[in-house]
Design a binder for this molecule. Structure first.
Ligand SMILES: *Cc1c(COP(=O)(O)O)cnc(C)c1O
Length: 734
């Protein structure tokens, strides 16, 4: 809303200058900052940024930290200077209306969940860069899931862990080797407060183990209409080592891991009970939280008087399990000693033997040599299970077929719901304005519907291209700033810092690659044959350049070597300035890159990318995907909406796959991507490229949105699990 549209009454407080109005203004801003709803409303983000753009950046875009630096008087002065009153009032009113509204998809379609919401468990939530409790795709997916559940008005509560050091910050040393830095997050700067039970007391939970009790306190974070509960073991009463149990995400050994999962699953269920929440359905996002099912069984036995088998059936009926990992080694496994140490006391109250308990985590319950697998437990405790793309569904059915030895592969009860992204969180402001002008009114609340996107073909090609070009330049400015800062920090010469300020060419075809540096994602595939890379980069008529970002897990040496190989290219005079590595990949870096690249590159070793989501983030911003036909892209690519690397074959060995796929990558770049990008008409517009952008947006935006994904979960999993439908649907298979 612009200044001129505001009534004079709104545009400044009635008693401007009085202490009261200054206080009130500060309170309103703080209230907005304390619901992460602000993070996916660019006009609200811009409002905070405008208060102090430099501090905003330095404070990781954290509005609570920023507001803490403003006294009410200073805030009022600043708001006066920038004429922010109406924007603050507008944002405040919008938030209030959003929270109060019951005109939602969920109110119409998921009313039955109202009194008994979905309980959504995940080990990480990636909501915004200022809340560092995520490491990668799984976390961002969970964050997107709850944001869309909020937008759709689906009754859902979320449960996770609070990691006070989160995941690490990444720096590269002089040898381009990854260095991990852990920082304590200041709790007072996060939008959360202690969760309180119905009697008004702060919630704490305790969990018995053979080795003593484990305690956790509980934080409540507001994500739009969704309550996110985060368990935190840094409490008095815990042993010193247990106080650090939830310090770091995916740190520590197997014992740390099982204890974190104990807190998430069993502790999480106890939080719900303490808060008076009786879920209608449980959704376990990956196997980390599968112990929750055991605690739910205990509840049904003790509260409803069911026996173990009846209680297990009841829990399974209500449980939905999503698997994300297509390799057997990626699933958590624990030996029986660790299981007995941690689940022993619960096992006794369930009245089952250790052998029976272990059987729940084994494919073959009688096989004493099998360890306890969290995925197996989750599959046995859930009537509804799904993979995260169609291809991953096939892989998962094959992988777990031996759990149902009497069924043929097609009948293995693991379906799929393909992942999607929360569009407002990744959509550039300028693109949103373009859509506001050209898409049907109210498009933003109907993003998961295909009809909304069909008018994309009516947009003027020149306007679409210019918007993309402007965004590309903004992204390049960001990358140059980050790269030159890296140079300065490494103590490089003034010339090097200056050169870094001018890396990359705004007119060159710009290819982005950012994700975790897990080796199967093969970040270094583009340099498989260095001579061919030189050829691509050297072409002065049709230049190509690459931007990389990503963290390797601290224990992943091969992943760190990939980073080193890529960042070291800056010393090669033939490459310098044309391939850059941006340190410390997070949601912020990701958002900048997906908003400005021409092409998003994805070349995992098929079929190891269960879905992948980062490529979905470029669609709405006008970028094109160039990807191996794996994960979501295997079902998204239609020949007109992007580029395919290879033909979707799975190769006999890693060596063969890398060899063939790199060959296919160079071929598609040389024969398709580069010629199409540089084929311009007399107006300087790459017509065919722009047509592909439109096909990409029109055919993919709605399908790979988290709104569509959450509606799918609701219809095919949550409602049947909560017993709201008379017909018992299962998640569609294949
Ligand atoms: C979207 C996103 C991911 C997921 O990327 P993939 O390509 O699916 O691996 C990981 N990390 C961050 C910060 C993201 O925003």
């Amino acid at each position: 809303m612009s200044q001129t549209e505001a009534s004079p009454k709104e545009s400044r407080p009635q008693s401007q200058g009085s202490e009261l109005s200054a206080e009130l203004l500060h309170e309103k801003c703080t209230e907005i900052a304390r619901n992460l709803w602000w993070s996916w409303h660019s006009e609200v983000v811009n409002l905070f940024r405008d208060l102090d753009p430099i501090r905003w950046r330095q404070l990781d875009h954290n509005p609570i930290a920023l507001l803490a630096e403003f006294t009410p008087e200073r805030l009022e002065a600043r708001a006066g200077e920038l004429v922010l009153y109406s924007r603050i009032n507008q944002a405040y009113r919008q938030l209030k209306e959003y929270l109060a509204s019951n005109q939602t998809w969920g109110a119409t379609n998921a009313g039955v969940l109202g009194a008994s919401p979905v309980a959504y468990f995940s080990a990480e939530f990636g909501i915004h860069e200022s809340v560092p409790i995520y490491s990668g795709g799984l976390g961002v997916l969970s964050g997107d899931h709850i944001k869309s559940a909020s937008g759709l008005g689906i009754p859902l509560v979320a449960i996770g862990l609070f990691y006070d050091q989160g995941y690490f910050r990444q720096r590269l040393d002089d040898e381009s080797y990854q260095v991990e830095e852990y920082q304590d997050t200041l709790v007072e700067n996060l939008p959360m407060e202690p969760a309180v039970s119905n009697d008004g007391k702060p919630v704490t939970v305790e969990i018995d183990t053979r080795d003593g009790k484990l305690f956790a306190k509980v934080w409540l974070m507001h994500v739009g209409r969704i309550n996110l509960y985060l368990l935190d073991c840094d409490v008095e009463g815990n042993k010193p080592e247990d106080r650090e149990l939830t310090s770091r995400l995916y740190g520590g050994d197997t014992r740390t891991r099982i204890r974190q999962e104990l807190v998430l699953g069993i502790g999480g269920m106890r939080v719900l009970r303490a808060c008076g929440i009786t879920p209608g359905a449980y959704h376990m996002n990956e196997g980390h939280s599968a112990f929750a099912g055991l605690e739910a069984i205990r509840d049904f036995m003790h509260v409803d008087g069911l026996d173990f088998d009846e209680a297990l059936r009841e829990v399974a009926h209500r449980s939905v399990f999503t698997t994300h990992t297509p390799v057997p080694a990626g699933h958590d496994r624990f030996d029986s000693a660790l299981i007995e140490e941690h689940i022993g006391p619960l096992r006794e109250s369930l009245g089952i033997s250790l052998h029976q308990l272990m059987g729940l985590g084994r494919v073959d319950p009688q096989n004493e040599n099998e360890s306890f697998c969290m995925t197996v437990l989750a599959l046995k405790l859930s009537r509804r299970a799904n993979a995260v793309s169609s291809l991953h569904g096939q892989v998962s059915r094959r992988m777990w077929a031996h759990l149902w030895p009497w069924r043929v592969e097609e009948e293995i009860p693991i379906g799929h719901i393909t992942n999607g992204i929360h569009i407002p969180s990744f959509l550039a402001f300028q693109m949103r304005q373009l859509y506001d002008r050209h898409l049907p009114a109210g498009w933003a609340s109907r993003m998961g519907e295909s009809e909304v996107w069909q008018s994309i073909h009516q947009i003027d090609p020149g306007e679409l291209w210019e918007t993309h070009y402007a965004l590309k330049n903004l992204m390049l400015t960001f990358v140059r700033r980050r790269v030159s800062r890296q140079c300065r920090r490494r103590g490089e010469s003034d010339e090097a810092v200056e050169a870094a300020r001018n890396v990359l060419n705004p007119n060159a075809l710009t290819i982005g690659f950012a994700r975790r540096f897990a080796t199967y994602k093969r970040a270094n595939l583009f340099m498989w044959d260095i001579e061919r890379l030189y050829e691509l980069l050297d072409d002065t008529d049709r230049p190509v350049q690459f931007i990389f970002a990503g963290k390797a897990h601290p224990a992943d040496e091969p992943g760190k070597r990939f980073i080193q190989q890529i960042d070291s290219l800056r010393h090669d005079p033939k490459i310098s300035g044309k391939v850059v590595f941006v340190e410390d990949y997070d949601i912020n870096v990701g958002r900048h890159l997906v908003q400005g690249v021409d092409v998003w590159l994805n070349n995992p070793r098929r079929p190891l990318e269960a879905s992948g989501t980062s490529g979905q983030k470029v669609i709405l911003n006008g970028g094109l995907n160039c990807s191996v036909l794996d994960g979501w892209w295997a079902e998204a690519y239609n020949g007109m909406n992007g580029f395919a690397i290879g033909e979707g074959r799975t190769h006999a060995s890693d060596e063969v796959a890398d060899h063939r796929d790199s060959e296919d990558l160079y071929q598609v770049l040389k024969n398709q991507v580069i010629p199409t990008f540089y084929d311009c008409d007399s107006d300087g517009l790459p017509r065919q490229w722009i047509t592909m952008m439109m096909h990409s947006i029109g055919s993919l935006a709605w399908r790979f949105s988290a709104h569509r994904m959450v509606m799918d979960y609701c219809r095919s999993a949550y409602l049947p699990a909560a017993g709201g439908l008379s017909c018992d649907m299962t998640i569609r298979v294949g």
